[in-house]
Design a protein around this ligand. Structure first.
Ligand code: HEC
Length: 210
């Protein structure tokens, strides 16, 4: 009796066999489609962020080309100082100088593009007068006023970096520390403008010197 019972029980519940269950593949496909659609949508909407920032993928080179260089920023400062100190009134926005002011050109000037700025800093701080040869041409009827009281050291360096790298000019950056050092070294000079020959007697420091 009891044996009959047990054998019946066994046949009602057969042991599960491996691999017999069927997973609903349709469900897997639907899930895959939904996630694919979702990802595409988030991508299209840039996840809610500005498309200008996250839209197009930019390479490192493209990004670097878009951001202003340290030289661009310095020149921007220098251009403001060029206006503030009134250089623009005499030497003009195009750097070609002005016959009316007897102001020689800064564009393509051998003074401006000197290897180092020892003489240039002095010209801006104290002015210059008397005969001067600029890129082989004689000038000397005008007087450039001292501008050391109008511009601080950072502005002196920036305005010189600007004129050394504008209008096709290309020369090294002028450092604020150098403007400060020359201002300190010439502090006892008073307001007297330099002469060209006096400046030419001052040796140019080697590149990299302070
Ligand atoms: C009032 C007019 C005037 C202003 C303002 C003026 N300059 Fe000059 N600058 C002159 C004149 C004039 C000379 C030539 C002086 C001489 O004949 O000895 C000169 C000479 C120079 C020279 C050397 C010669 C050359 O052409 O390369 C430089 C560099 C220069 N100036 C830069 C500047 C800068 C930078 C500023 C502003 C921070 C400035 N100047 C403001 C009139 C001016």
């Amino acid at each position: 009796m009891s044996a009959e019972c047990c054998s019946n029980h066994n046949s009602d519940h057969p042991k599960p066999k491996a691999g017999a269950a069927t997973f609903p593949m349709v469900l897997v496909m639907i899930l895959a489609l939904v996630s694919y659609y979702g990802c595409t949508k988030v991508d299209q909407l840039n996840g809610g962020f500005s498309a200008k920032v996250f839209g197009p993928y930019l390479g490192e080179d493209e990004l670097m080309a878009m951001s202003p260089s340290a030289m661009d920023l310095l020149k921007e400062k220098g251009k403001s100082a060029y206006a503030k100190a009134g250089c623009v009134a005499c030497h003009q926005a195009n750097g070609l100088g002005s016959d009316a002011q007897n102001a020689p050109p800064l564009a393509a000037s051998d003074w401006v593009m000197a290897s180092e700025s020892d003489r240039l800093i002095r010209i801006v701080l104290h002015g210059i007068s008397g005969p001067i040869q600029v890129s082989g041409k004689e000038y000397g009827k005008g007087v450039m006023p001292p501008l050391g009281a109008v511009l601080n050291d950072e502005e002196v360096a920036a305005v010189l970096t600007y004129i050394r790298n504008e209008w096709g000019n290309a020369a090294s950056e002028v450092k604020t520390e150098k403007a400060a050092a020359i201002r300190a070294a010439t502090a006892t000079r008073g307001g007297a403008p330099w002469s060209a020959s006096e400046l030419l007697a001052i040796p140019l420091s080697k590149p990299g010197d302070k």
